[in-house]
Write a protein that binds this ligand. Sequence first.
Ligand code: GAR
Length: 200
Amino acid sequence: MNKKIGILVSGRGSNLQAIIDKITNGFLPLQISVVISDMPDAYALTRAEKAGIKTATINRKEYADKLSFENKINETLGNVDGIVLAGFMRILSESFIKKWEHKIINIHPALLPSFTGMHAQKQANDYGVKIAGCTVHFVDAGTDTGPIILQKVVPAFFEDTEDELAARILEEEHKALPEALKLWAEDKLEIIGRKVRIKK
Ligand code: GAR
């Protein structure tokens, strides 16, 4: 039986699309139970609907506090095996992360531990790094600090605009996230302390 995942999104959904495409072409043995957006107008929702996937909008503004917002997310996720954060722009609470310990996977557009948090590509571009990239990692209580599953690198150039660098990184994100999810789906990941071993 394929593992079931819930995917949390906030925007464009190109990483969601990469997952959908890799499930459709048989690369990824996963089933998407639901796509949840905290933003009502996220294009990710349209992508999910086009693929016939159940969607839900859970707008933080409609909830009195973070706890009730996250309770609704939990209720909507149901009994999934894992959660993927594919461009989800909110920090989840410690209690939410504890409930799903080692079961939440995030894609971040930087080579962690550099450039955590928001606008990672701008941070990298402003800093003047010569190598940039993306990281897929398990989520822990910190921001972008959890055990790293895999990373992909791209060159960064003096002439790059933030958008040019972000686009180069995004191309690798679309490979990295499905690759990491495939390893997870096939039970090939073992978390030891803060390191992840990839089993043969
Ligand atoms: C991606 O670049 C993802 O790595 C980033 O948001 C973008 C979402 O694009 N996530 C973060 O910055 C999380 N802190 P998408 O909606 O097209 O997948």
